[in-house]
Ligand binder design. Structure first.
Ligand SMILES: *Cc1c(COP(=O)(O)O)cnc(C)c1O
Length: 398
């Protein structure tokens, strides 16, 4: 276990008191040898489980050949990955970077530049939503609809306004002659696991069309199968102009991507944006193997099936529990909203060998990997339900 007092790392994380040393499939082991069933997946990153063989093989092959050249040279793996992503989505072009925040940063930049350089309009404002999470860079924390990530970082960049999520009536009132885009998560993830209603998403799409705004979907947590479709926008029958990916894309190897429609290509001319590490041969090798596996094994369909099953089993198992307000989510992005803060409960769950995480103070978030066995999913849910039952009995009885 790490000794926090002697740590030379900035204490930006409230870490759980475990040190993981090995991972395989749905399991992690800590430095005392204790085994855990993992419903966190590195926050929706290790979606093929820990250390998947197909990704490892592709990585090792690439490590033997070439690590890095910079984007001053052509990188065939980038072309392959971009083809895979565009052939299976509504996008026509991809910009590669290293993280989710950078992908959203690229989305914000291309939205402004498209309006200013291609359309010749002085529009720059982006409407985002309360409770959303879009990253930790100055622009993306400003886009984020939560005050806690902004404290002490003033002044913030201009050009972001936050509308209430799932509020059909309010949205149009936020559009001004400066608005260039609307940016949203289709399931608010970090902010509480809140799926968008179909009516709300239809209104977002309608307003984007009517006011010539770009529709940006942050698929960093929802993308690549997590919600039971390859991309969450498929649930709603909409076509975003821009969407962003990161978390699951490299199975744990850092990589992000901003994807856009053909009309945006002329907004990102040579020299307008860039990244030293964006889309290295190694990062793109990991991502190719990951995306190929998700497609070849039809994992979004498996996630849809397992997710519906899990949500039903949780709802039944937690029915009538006074501590539980609601079970909700999409696919294997599941939230259990409680009537009070869940920190103590989470510690108890971890101690019993099941890893889960929060989404705001009152919500337990579950993110099992896409290849989890039915047996592991069942045993995790059963353990979770029994711990919550015991915990709520203890709370109710004082
Ligand atoms: C995690 C996340 C981000 C930020 O990604 P980083 O890789 O941590 O920069 C942005 N948006 C959403 C929806 C996320 O879940």
């Amino acid at each position: 276990m790490g000794n926090e007092k002697n740590s030379a790392i900035f204490p930006t994380y409230a870490r759980y008191p475990f040190t993981m040393v090995k991972g395989e499939g749905s399991r992690l082991w800590d430095d005392t040898g204790k085994e855990y069933l993992d419903f966190v997946s590195g926050i929706a990153v290790t979606s093929l489980g820990h250390a998947p063989q197909v990704v490892k093989e592709k990585l090792v092959q690439q490590l033997d050949q070439l690590w890095h050249t910079s984007n001053l040279f052509h990188i065939p793996n980038q072309e392959t990955l971009a083809q895979l992503l565009t052939q299976n989505s509504v996008a026509d072009a991809v910009f590669f970077c290293n993280s989710g925040a950078e992908a959203n940063e690229a989305a914000i930049k291309i939205a402004r530049r498209y309006h200013q350089k291609v359309l010749g309009e002085k529009r720059y404002e982006i409407i985002t939503f309360q409770q959303s999470f879009h990253g930790r860079t100055l622009a993306t924390l400003t886009a984020t609809g939560q005050d806690k990530v902004k404290e002490g970082f003033l002044p913030l960049p201009e050009g972001f306004v936050h509308a209430p999520y799932n509020d059909v009536a309010a949205l149009e009132g936020y559009i001004t002659d400066k608005t260039c885009a609307i940016m949203l998560e289709l399931v608010i993830a970090e902010g509480g696991v809140v799926p968008a209603t179909p009516e709300f998403v239809q209104e977002v799409a309608r307003l984007c069309k009517a006011h010539k705004l770009l529709l940006i979907v942050d698929e960093i947590q929802t993308g690549l199968g997590r919600t039971g479709k390859l991309f969450a926008y498929e649930h709603y029958g909409i076509e975003p102009d821009i969407f962003t990916l990161a978390k699951a894309l490299g199975s744990g190897f850092p990589i992000g991507a901003m994807l856009g429609k053909a009309k945006l290509i002329e907004a990102f001319t040579a020299g307008s944006h860039g990244s030293t590490f964006g889309g290295t041969p190694i990062a793109t090798a990991a991502a190719i193997a990951t995306v190929e596996t998700i497609l070849a094994q039809k994992l979004p369909a498996r996630v849809a099936e397992l997710g519906a099953y899990a949500m039903d089993k949780l709802s039944k198992g937690l029915q009538g529990n006074p501590l539980v307000k609601e079970v909700r989510g999409k696919g294997l992005l599941i939230g259990i909203e409680c009537t009070q803060p869940v920190a103590d409960l989470i510690a108890e769950i971890h101690n019993k060998g099941l890893l889960v995480l929060t989404a705001g103070p009152n919500v337990i978030r579950l993110l099992p990997n896409f290849l989890i066995t039915q047996e592991d999913l069942d045993s995790g849910i059963e353990l979770l339900c029994s711990i919550i039952a015991t915990h709520s009995a203890a709370v109710v009885n004082g």
